[in-house]
Design a protein around this ligand. Structure first.
Ligand code: SF4
Length: 757
């Protein structure tokens, strides 16, 4: 059955939430007896055991939560579901949705690409459709939209808590929800209705004052903030926005800001409930949710004392005056490389990067609102009016079928098409390496500009030579006109078809469609919980049923070879790349062939080249680890700062575990990745003294001692035996609590859970 997108699924749950919110919050107030931030209100009212409220130390104590909703997609979903299936449960314990968005390759345009995707990904889609029906997910077939946009349009609600297997989940803050990107194993906790654990996050307060002017957009708020905080600055933090300026932003603008909170490593972002959220809820058929939120509106904000003295209640406060904000372009290769528009030309030139922009892309889950597209179209229209042909090919990726049909009805898409833009499927495509880019010489550095959120090497088109810059959709279209990074649309002029030069007027747009959103779109397939047989062929390429990982044998790890000492940025994209590998995310054996494919070996500065102690030669990390596995040898990965940053991709933890990596030891670990390592049974350690990273040599044999005495807060001893007979000893720390230690001992969180059941 197809459900109307305008219906409110799971309304009973939402009603119960708002009914209970005041009393749950009163209990929190009674216990903590202090003013509360909005983040704390949401977090503490979602504690798993509402009778056991206590003050949790931010950044230190673990708390257990019960989220309201969950979600996943076609690359995070298969592995999460495969894990859930091993639990033997009949149905999932909370409302959840499954969106097929990541596996559609952008190539020839929406119509052809979706037909190809339905065939090419049939095995995965059939599996996900069947498990959704049986276990209880709303199933959104390929072409419905990108998960975060689908959730924003259909499910998110103010004050709620949601877990989704994707790092851009905090997009839901556009509707005042505290939503968190997690790995599949964390999702399984929520699906099973068991406690979901998180270190109580620190809080960064961002005070917004003034209001946006001219070219400045919500995207520029987060591009500027990324420059202030850096890709690590939000680690283990929730970013809470407040101030008069916050109330001036549309709900979808807030969603954009929350979406890119992932780029500073934050756990989540949250905005207080306001009239813009109410209008968006009403426009998307959820006036009833808005009325319920209105009833508790006062407590969907931080307390007045917090707003009066934010420095007392947040761990860090940043202030941004929206009235003074200028447009930003960030990049390349890192989302925090922030450049105000008037610095872009000279910076790109001074770095020797290609000035010529080869492709410009707008849309994705980051910038797919009616406001975004109407503002971008207002720039496009100026070109058309003056007979200007844009120099850079434009690709448009609407975030959902509902927004696409609305844009089509209102003639907005046609404006882009008149500029020869290609409209791609409402799916992830060029954001995640699912892009058959038609490029000249891929071995040459080339520049692209996008309104997406992430610009790591190889992210968009799988090509490390591509230099991707991030900007607002209107800025992307403006830059595409001249196709030159030296062009400043705020200052420079363009020559019209009649030879006269003109300056672009600042973009204008509409927050919501005057005629409402299009309704001529299919919704999701709602589950009927029928006990259909879930068929997985033993030879299936895409899906492979899981065998539990072996329990820890109770012994120290002694003389393990180093699999890799990774140097510099090593994101989950470096550990388990996307692109051609995405289809295999449900087959642990197959996907493990990409292990650490993009990680750089600190000893030779190369990828795909690590020392293999068996063959005594350089091999790829995947081949080396597989050989070790076949010979029963365990190994160690050493990482640099913020190892595993970037996404919730649990494959980056499951693959090494599958190929016998026992320890990941890094200068620091990204939050979600650290949690994933723990859940999969890999010992996740950090150097007590980060300089000890330098002591690790290529042919070392590494021991980790004291594992029997492993306890919260207690360090372990690492011994590196060097090839020349000398050795180094140092201490490594961990952040395991007692429960997490039980996961390590049982071999995985899932094993521990089954043992406890
Ligand atoms: Fe898809 Fe890109 Fe959004 Fe991730 S960030 S959900 S890949 S569009």
């Amino acid at each position: 059955a197809q459900a109307s997108t305008a219906s409110i699924r799971d309304f009973a749950m939402i009603q119960a939430f708002y009914r209970n919110y005041p009393s749950r919050l009163a209990a929190v107030r009674a216990k903590l007896n202090r003013p509360l931030t909005l983040s704390e209100k949401i977090l503490y009212t979602h504690l798993y055991d509402p009778k056991n409220i206590q003050e949790y130390k931010r950044g230190a104590s673990y708390a257990e939560f019960r989220p309201d909703r969950a979600g996943t997609h076609d690359i995070g979903g298969p592995m999460a579901i495969l894990q859930f299936m091993t639990s033997g449960r009949d149905r999932i314990a909370l409302p959840a949705a499954m969106v097929c968005d990541h596996l559609v390759t952008a190539n020839a345009g929406a119509r052809k690409d979706i037909l190809f995707a339905d065939q090419f990904n049939k095995e995965t889609y059939d599996f996900l459709r069947d498990v959704s029906r049986r276990y209880g997910f709303d199933f959104w077939p390929a072409g419905s939209g990108i998960c975060h946009q689908v959730f924003l349009e259909n499910y998110d609600f103010p004050g709620g808590m949601m877990l989704v297997t994707d790092s851009h989940t905090p997009t839901a803050c556009g509707l005042g929800m505290l939503a968190i990107g997690v790995g599949g194993a964390d999702l399984v906790d929520a699906l099973m209705g068991t406690e979901w654990e998180l270190k109580m996050p620190k809080l960064i307060g961002v005070k917004l004052t003034g209001h946006l002017q001219g070219w400045a957009s919500p995207k520029d708020v987060i591009l500027k903030l990324a420059g202030i905080l850096s890709t690590k600055g939000g680690t283990n933090c929730v970013i809470e926005y407040f101030g008069d300026g916050a109330d001036t932003l549309s709900a979808t603008g807030k969603a954009t800001i929350g979406n890119m909170g992932a780029e500073v490593g934050s756990t989540s972002s949250v905005f207080p409930y306001d009239s813009h959220m109410k209008s968006y809820l009403q426009a998307t058929g959820r006036a009833a949710v808005a009325s319920l939120a209105d009833g508790v509106a006062k407590d969907l904000h931080a307390d007045p004392e917090v707003l009066a003295h934010p420095e007392k209640f947040f761990d860090r406060v940043v202030e941004i005056n929206l009235s003074e904000l200028t447009p930003y372009i960030n990049g390349p290769l890192s989302p925090d490389a922030a450049m105000p528009i008037d610095k872009v030309g000279e910076t790109v030139k001074s770095k020797g990067l290609p000035q010529n922009i080869e492709v410009a892309l707008v849309g994705s889950c980051t910038n797919s609102s009616y406001e975004d597209f109407t503002r971008a179209a207002s720039i496009a229209r100026q070109c058309l009016d003056k007979g200007v042909k844009i120099k850079t090919p434009l690709i448009v990726v609407p975030g959902s079928v509902r927004i696409r049909e609305t844009l089509k009805r209102d003639g907005i898409l046609q404006t882009f098409e008149k500029l020869n833009a290609t409209v791609m499927t409402t799916a992830c495509g060029p954001c995640i390496g699912q892009w058959k880019r038609h490029i000249g010489d891929p071995s040459q550095k080339n520049t692209i500009i996008e309104s997406f959120n992430r610009n790591f090497a190889g992210r968009n088109d799988g090509n490390k030579k591509t230099q991707a810059f991030l900007a607002s959709p209107e800025m992307v279209v403006a830059m595409a006109i001249e196709g030159d990074m030296g062009f400043n649309p705020l200052k420079n002029t363009i020559t019209g078809a009649n030879g006269a030069s003109f300056k672009l007027a600042a973009p204008t747009g509409e927050e919501l469609p005057k005629k409402g959103f299009a309704t001529n779109v299919k919704g999701c397939v709602i589950p009927d919980f029928k006990k259909i047989e879930i068929k997985v062929s033993p030879n299936a390429e895409r899906i492979r049923l899981l065998t539990p990982f072996a329990a820890w044998d109770g012994k120290d790890f002694v003389d393990l070879p180093l699999l890799i000492k990774a140097k510099g940025k090593c994101t989950t994209d470096h550990i388990s790349p996307g692109g051609k590998w995405l289809p295999y995310r449900g087959n642990i054996d197959r996907i493990s062939d990409n292990l650490l494919e993009r990680a750089v070996n600190a000893f030779n500065g190369r990828s795909q080249s690590v020392w293999n102690v068996v063959n005594k030669d350089y091999e790829t990390p995947a081949k080396t680890a597989r050989l070790y596995k076949n010979k029963g040898i365990h190994s160690v990965i050493v990482g640099d700062d913020n190892y595993g940053e970037g996404s919730s991709r649990e494959h980056a933890a499951m693959e090494p575990r599958y190929l016998n990596v026992s320890v990941v030891l890094a200068k620091s670990l990204a939050r979600i990745h650290e949690s994933n390592l723990k859940k999969q049974g890999i010992l996740a350690l950090t150097f007590v003294n980060p300089k000890d990273y330098d002591k690790i040599r290529e042919k070392d044999r590494i021991s980790v001692l004291g594992l029997k005495e492993l306890a919260p807060g207690k360090t372990v001893t690492v011994v590196c035996k060097h090839e020349d007979g000398t050795e180094d000893r140092f201490q490594a720390a961990h952040s395991y609590n007692e429960k997490q230690l039980s996961w390590f001992r049982a071999g995985s969180a899932l094993n521990a859970m089954k043992k406890a059941a």
